[in-house]
Design a protein around this ligand. Structure first.
Ligand SMILES: [Zn+2]
Length: 476
């Protein structure tokens, strides 16, 4: 048989790694903590990237590229202005065989080098807003790594925008948060919570950090994207000012926002099953696979029929005809399930005779016989239905694993015995947040948006009046 995947309920962590490696999405690299993204994994990332890139451009952003190497002085400048900023840096000290005068840092994120350039590019209110995005790789020296979810080098996009007013920067921060939400829900079929991070969980350089958070199938949370309202911190660190309409000099307001190859891990963890990957059709590198089933005596007729179907579908769908004769149909079925191809078409002598074909959906395994001339239309409906079903399945799962609690004893029990989200009141005191984290390993994922009306009037830990609703969970 093709794959041997550890069942989810036996060992979720191993299940995840089995899927990534056996579906050939990624592999371990000679450098510890780095990963090789294989063609099938990269095809998924390309679909994610292309869709998001279109959405960024539709909202007025342009792409640019900044260097991988950043003078160490830039990072120090940032550290002076941003308390608690301590990225896990990789530093280059030798270049061309010679000791460098100033060490160069491999970018952990590009705020510093970008704001170093913005100082040159921004003089007047007419230069604003500046709406730039970069697709790049970054390096953070991680100790504990996991394929796609946390690796030393990863691919991402980082948007960096500059604005004339605080209000405009705040509006941009939320606009991009909602772009991420729309992408996650419409394309990844991944329901997400949106909201603000607590002080302890926010990016050190930000006034406020907003995030989208998704629930994985083990009930843990995964932060899938962040959008930061940076205030004037970077403008002050790099002395970026502009002349306003009245001739006065002001510091520029900033935002940054990013998602990474972590989204590939989220996609796998949210939808896949014990047979392998399950990929939402809108991001699937292949939507349809045709598997002909024949013996020598009917090979010609079956293949001719399969090719005819392939030609019928290829304009409209990303379709592959699996005509490899070295593998059995059973092996091909298992392989198409491992790869998560949304719709499989089976064609045998009987289908040829009856002018039909058998459609099998990857998400539910349901089979359906349809007439040849109904194939294209039925596949269209099926793909839409699979996309829809995956989203609702994930949404139902989140609802079933979200607990609204007011007693801390119940909170502890949930975190000990089963994972999931807990909605509870929080007084706003970081001490309560920290104690909860120490005692249960759960952190505040977000202070959810649109939930001002809620029944939790007291803090789940200390019992004082609650300042807001908080969603707690163990997280990746
Ligand atoms: Zn409290």
């Amino acid at each position: 048989m093709a794959a041997k995947i550890t069942p989810r309920n036996k060992d979720y962590s191993q299940w995840y790694i089995d899927i990534i490696t056996q579906a050939k999405l990624a592999d371990y690299s000679p450098v510890k903590g780095c990963m090789v993204i294989r063609p099938r994994g990269y095809a998924l990332w390309e679909n994610i990237q292309q869709t998001l890139d279109r959405m960024f451009k539709e909202t007025g952003h342009s792409n640019a590229y900044f260097p991988l190497l950043i003078p160490e002085g830039f990072i120090k400048k940032e550290a002076e202005h941003v308390e608690g900023f301590s990225p896990e840096l990789a530093v280059v000290t030798v270049g061309g065989g010679e000791q460098l005068e100033e060490p160069l840092v491999i970018r952990p994120t590009s705020e510093t080098i970008i704001w170093g350039m913005y100082k040159k590019w921004i003089q007047s209110y007419r230069d604003l807003p500046l709406l730039i995005n970069q697709w790049a790789n970054v390096v953070r020296w991680e100790k504990r790594t996991r394929l796609f979810l946390r690796t030393t080098e990863f691919l991402w996009q980082e948007g960096h925008t500059a604005h004339a007013t605080r209000e405009e920067a705040h509006e941009e921060t939320l606009k991009m948060l909602f772009v991420y939400q729309r992408f996650a829900e419409e394309f990844m079929a991944l329901p997400v919570l949106t909201g603000q991070k607590s002080e302890a969980e926010k990016f050190a350089g930000a006034l406020a950090t907003y995030a989208i958070e998704a629930m994985m199938q083990d009930g843990k949370a995964l932060q899938a994207g962040t959008s930061h309202d940076l205030g004037q911190n970077f403008a002050k660190a790099f002395d970026v000012t502009f002349q306003d309409k009245d001739g006065g000099l002001q510091y520029v307001w900033a935002t940054s926002w990013g998602v990474s190859t972590r989204l590939v891990g989220a996609l796998v963890m949210a939808h896949s099953d014990d047979k392998g990957l399950v990929i939402p059709p809108k991001l699937a590198p292949e939507e349809v696979i045709i598997v002909p089933i024949f013996k020598n005596e009917n090979k010609a007729a079956v293949m001719e029929y399969a090719v005819r179907l392939y030609n019928e579908l290829k304009e409209q769908y990303k379709v592959r005809l699996d005509d490899d004769e070295a593998s059995s149909p059973g092996w091909k079925f298992a392989e198409s399930e491992l790869q998560g191809i949304p719709v499989r078409v089976e064609i045998g002598p009987r289908e040829v005779e009856e002018k039909k074909l058998m459609l099998v959906r990857r998400d539910t395994g349901e089979k359906q016989a349809v007439d040849f001339n109904r194939a294209a239309d039925t596949i269209k409906q099926l793909l839409e239905d699979i996309q829809h079903t995956l989203f609702h399945r994930a949404l139902m799962f989140r609802k079933e694993h979200t607990h609204s609690l007011s007693a801390y004893a119940d909170f502890k029990k949930i975190m000990e015995n089963q994972a999931g989200f807990v909605e509870a009141g929080w007084c706003g005191d970081p001490t309560c947040e920290e104690k909860i984290k120490d005692e249960t390993k759960a952190t505040i994922r977000v202070l959810p948006m649109g939930r001002e009306q809620h029944e939790h009037k007291t803090c789940i830990y200390c019992g004082k009046p609650s300042r807001s609703l908080a969603v707690f969970a163990k997280a990746y």
